[in-house]
Design a protein around this ligand. Structure first.
Ligand SMILES: Nc1ncnc2c1ncn2[C@@H]1O[C@H](COP(=O)(O)OP(=O)(O)O)[C@@H](O)[C@H]1O
Ligand SMILES: [Mg+2]
Length: 287
């Protein structure tokens, strides 16, 4: 029997991370694979020591270095750490999405500014304000559950935020008003759509469920399907949670691709267990 590691982050205390790992571990067991739920810090990445290794690892965390470490020892890792690396930085990810020609909100990648310094007086920010106007979105490279996505409504908030983000990767983005508080989450495995849900918040511009959004099942349009699959392909994510926004004509815009998408909410809403599709894909792939 083969054995796999299901890896989540040992520093996060919310129950939803272990729950996510359990869903995947149960799917592995159902498929006849021995599953060991691991915290990322259970594996000591001692570069000069031997270690018992699994036949493959499912990386539910963003510990990209652990992914590279396991790969260096010959362990297939899903998603591949390079993909998690790309998706975990929204600035990098938007470069890939734009170069694939995908419809997305107009985006400007913020320039690198060293934390001890400022480009406040360079005229750069005035150009951004002129391009997008207000309100606009500022989004940090690393962030989940809507926590690092900001709706900037005044110039004062704008300058305060850009100064606070010195040293951090972030992007400026057009605020898609027609999609305020609502989006679609599409879970894709190996280029195929497994499940989708509509998310809507009555209280926040962000539709994330963790942020108060409510989810319901949705039948995707052809266009939404095509764009979601193309977005996953553009990042290379085998397991992808693609967020789609609605443009002014209700057509899809790619909001982001998650390479470590949670699957509990979509299971509750649709009855579809994405973990079974993930394990089936891996078992086909590792052979
Ligand atoms: N440009 C935008 N215009 C309108 N709403 C947006 C925009 N970008 C993000 N949102 C809203 O904010 C939510 C969180 O943004 P997202 O990029 O998916 O970050 P996270 O990784 O935190 O989920 C989205 O689900 C969507 O509801
Ligand atoms: Mg999102």
């Amino acid at each position: 029997m083969s054995v796999c590691w299901i890896i989540y982050n040992g520093s996060l205390i919310s129950e939803k991370f272990i729950d996510q790992a359990e869903l995947v571990a149960e799917a592995a067991e159902r498929a006849g694979v021995g599953a060991r739920i691991m915290k990322n810090n259970d594996a000591v990445m001692d570069l000069s020591a031997d270690m018992d290794l699994p036949d493959f690892a499912v990386m539910l965390d963003k510990d990209i270095l652990l992914g590279y470490f396991l790969k260096s020892r010959g362990v297939p890792v899903y998603n591949d750490p390079a993909i998690i690396d790309l998706c975990d930085n929204k600035a990098k990810q938007y470069i890939a999405l734009a170069s694939a020609g995908l419809p997305m909100p107009a985006t400007i990648i913020a320039p690198k500014v060293y934390p001890a310094f400022s480009i406040r007086k360079s005229g750069y920010f005035e150009k951004v304000l002129e391009r997008f106007g207000l309100p606009m979105i500022i989004k940090e490279g690393h962030g989940s559950f809507g926590m690092k996505v900001y709706l900037i409504e005044t110039e004062e908030q704008f300058y305060e935020k850009v100064e606070a983000l010195r040293g951090i990767d972030f992007v400026f983005q057009e605020f898609v008003e027609s999609s305020r508080g609502r989006d679609i989450r599409v879970n894709i495995v190996g280029g195929e759509i497994v499940a989708a849900m509509y998310r809507e918040s009555k209280t926040d511009f962000r539709a994330n469920i963790t942020n108060g959004g409510e989810a319901s099942p949705i039948e995707l349009t052809e266009q939404q399907k095509v764009i979601a699959i193309a977005a996953a392909r553009a990042t290379g994510a085998i397991f992808a949670g693609v967020d789609l926004l609605f443009d002014i004509d209700e057509q899809p815009l790619v909001c982001e691709v998650n390479a470590a998408a949670h699957i509990r909410n979509i299971l509750n809403v649709t009855g579809i267990n994405v973990a079974d599709a993930m394990i089936a894909y891996i078992l086909e792939d590792v052979r």
